[in-house]
Design a protein around this ligand. Sequence first.
Ligand code: G6P
Ligand code: ZN
Length: 637
Amino acid sequence: MVLFKVSRVETTPFDGQKPGTSGLRKKVKVFVQPHYLQNFVQSTFNALTAEKVRGATLVVSGDGRYFSKDAIQIIIKMAAANGVRRVWVGQNGLLSTPAVSAVIRERVGADGSKATGAFILTASHNPGGPHEDFGIKYNMENGGPAPEGITDKIYENTKTIGEYLLAEDLPDVDISTIAVTGFEGPEGQFDVDVFDSASEYVKLMKSIFDFQSIQKLLSSPKFTFCYDALHGVAGAYAKRIFVEELGAQESSLLNCVPKEDFGGGHPDPNLTYAKELVARMGLAHLESQEEPPEFGAAADGDADRNMILGKRFFVTPSDSVAIIAANAVQSIPYFSAGLKGVARSMPTSAALDVVAKHLNLKFFEVPTGWKFFGNLMDAGLCSVCGEESFGTGSDHIREKDGIWAVLAWLSILAYKNKDNLDGDKLVTVEDIVREHWATYGRHYYTRYDYENVDSDAAKELMAYLVKLQSSLDEVNSIVKGIRSDVADVVHADEFEYKDPVDGSISKHQGWVAYRGFFQVYWFHEHILENAFELYWDIMSLGKMNVYWFHEHILENAFELYWDIIMSLGKMNVFCVFRLSGTGSEGATIRLYIEQYEKDSSKTGRQSQEALSPLVEVALKLSKMQEFTGRSAPTVIT
Ligand code: G6P
Ligand code: ZN
């Protein structure tokens, strides 16, 4: 067995190693600086504490982007030096982010070991290559991203780090071959276990979905399918699941060979970047001559995001999660006993809220960032959740899951068509969405992104909005000066979240302007929050009144609250402004616009047209062009 020694390497801190929404993301040229990656990895080990790291089993893999292979060898040598017992690596260093979460939770090593955490090497949907982005994030034993308590500690450590541990003489490990390689260090044995990237994940998917019914759907000549991995790591799973397990034709797969630079593209599954798929689905101006497939989907670089398309039809992520939640129990065996609850991020539309209300489900609104869902799931409060940013998932793991979302949609399609596969016409994606709108109403929704704007300008814009919130008269006089047909803003504030599980508070999570919010706000403040107080006050008035109050207010408070919200509340969110936490250069300002339409005769409009008055007002109100110099967004979804 190869013996290795441990060296202490001197280093000095780098500025700006603060993990964002999903880990540390920087240009490759930043990451390749001597000691840069090492400082971050050692700061993570130190944050976890030496006693937790010693003897641990760590997963190290990612989306295969440029610099991953070098990074894996560095992390292996540092793990060995820090007393880690085993490092698990997906073959060729490839594991999708959801697969890492599944491996942490499900995989048992040949010696009975279980993983205690993971370094995931990805910058998600950001481009890759020598001039593009690299990223690293740490996931915990539950399979989810490290909580803020840990990421804050990592950041603090990066500011003071003076040395790191390295097994310099440990030879590079062949990560292209499935095998366990053993080494001997000062603290005993150290193993590197290279394993098949897909098998654990495939097994998990088969335990969740009814593969047979999906297979039947895919084998129907009337059902056509297309999946675009944008040259990200999803390709490694798509072939195994869609082709080998479910019998889809190989020609259904687009860009499914993982590449270090994602083929030069931007691996973000949206209408702007998934160009080939968008054209194939008949959604682009340059529509292909062929009849588009019935169903199309795409993933981002690390395969945790998804975009769902029907023939010439786009499903907004906010609608997608609502539709999955509404149909999960009938269509997906994993949920047959019912949903524990549902959740969405704050800027996501309220389509899910309406489903929660109708199905009488627990419902949560959390800040942007998947880790907030993880806490709810660990506490058994949430089964299905989603974000406007093309993320959808469930409590089967603690990350969002791009392929899971596609399988969920295929399951819904299979269920709706189960007695129909020989009929004249299949129920389509578009039929399902339109039926959903007819039942629940439609949340028109759009997002404008201003990428890579000057950081100071972005902060100034946000500060300007925060200042405006205290003078609604001024806001409304500006609004009326822009368009008289847009309703008054009745409340504006910054979103703040108190985690119902651990009580932690997250502030400054985005600026929200509401129309017609006052009643809800009042109701919330005065009835729900003070219900107990009021109840005691009424005690003094006699049993009769208490009884009435209890029956009519307390017991029905939730009902009433929902009714009011449904008619006046989140549907009347007018706009949300947020700074992205995932960029690697400058700042990205996101503007989210939403409008609810309950009248089923009015749910069929083009969303850009339906929302244009609100967009115009939001942009002028925020002085977007004055602050950023931008006359148009980089991306509209
Ligand atoms: C990542 C996170 C998501 C988040 C998304 C957008 O994908 O995992 O939870 O919604 O980034 O973040 P941003 O801060 O760029 O809007
Ligand atoms: Zn991603």
